[in-house]
Design a protein around this ligand. Structure first.
Ligand code: SF4
Ligand code: SF4
Length: 194
């Protein structure tokens, strides 16, 4: 005979993370009704520790530590398939970016440090040259990861096929414009923190 239920347990989700994400990027993850279409279309979900739908659910439940320690947003390739598929128009790709930014801001170590290092190297590269200078990016990344010989043969083949230029394409106008964008973002971030 089934056991009689005598008490009702109420679960009250903590909403801080949900509210912070909504405040930062204007996306209401609470609209999610867990259809999992985002996860079904995600090309990276096989490598993630939580699928996009699971991560959104954890955000709704206020599982800050779980979310910000997760590999999921670091492995997201920003392809936006999830965002396109979501019937509730939850911009999941944007949520992934917000989670990465919050994790860094709040001092959570990336469980996929290579990706974090790549992001930093790519941003610095764009800031300096106004566009991607691949050989410079590779050099910066090697110094950050100490993986000096990883993909060495591939790099040499790409170089001889003309896919990697020896020198960056420099344009002072472009570099100044990029610097202005970076300093505007830094200013906005400072205002936001104040
Ligand atoms: S597709 Fe949208 S509604 Fe469906 S689980 Fe993903 S976020 Fe939720
Ligand atoms: S944007 Fe990220 S989470 Fe969304 S489908 Fe692409 S890889 Fe997956």
């Amino acid at each position: 005979m089934a056991e009689e239920i005598t008490t009702v347990q109420t679960i009250t989700p903590a909403t801080n993370l949900l509210a912070t994400i909504q405040e930062e990027i204007g996306v209401n993850a609470n609209l999610c009704y867990q259809c999992r279409k985002c996860s079904a279309g995600c090309p990276m979900s096989w490598a993630m520790d939580y699928t996009p739908a699971q991560l959104i659910h954890a955000i709704r439940l206020g599982q800050t530590e779980l979310v910000l320690n997760s590999k999921t947003m670091w492995l997201c390739s920003a392809c936006e398939t999830c965002t396109t598929r979501c019937p509730q128009e939850v911009d999941i790709a944007k949520v992934m970016d917000a989670c990465k930014i919050l994790a860094v801001k709040q001092g959570f170590k990336s469980p996929v440090p290579r990706v974090h290092k790549f992001n930093k190297a790519a941003l610095r590269n764009i800031k300096w040259f106004g566009r991607m200078y691949e050989l410079g990016l590779i050099g910066d990344l090697k110094l950050r990861t100490f993986e000096f010989f990883k993909d060495f043969g591939l790099g040499v083949r790409m170089f001889f096929k003309g896919k990697l230029s020896l020198f960056p394409s420099l344009s002072p106008g472009r570099t100044i414009t990029t610097w202005k964008i970076f300093s505007r973002v830094a200013k906005k971030e400072k205002e936001h923190r104040a």
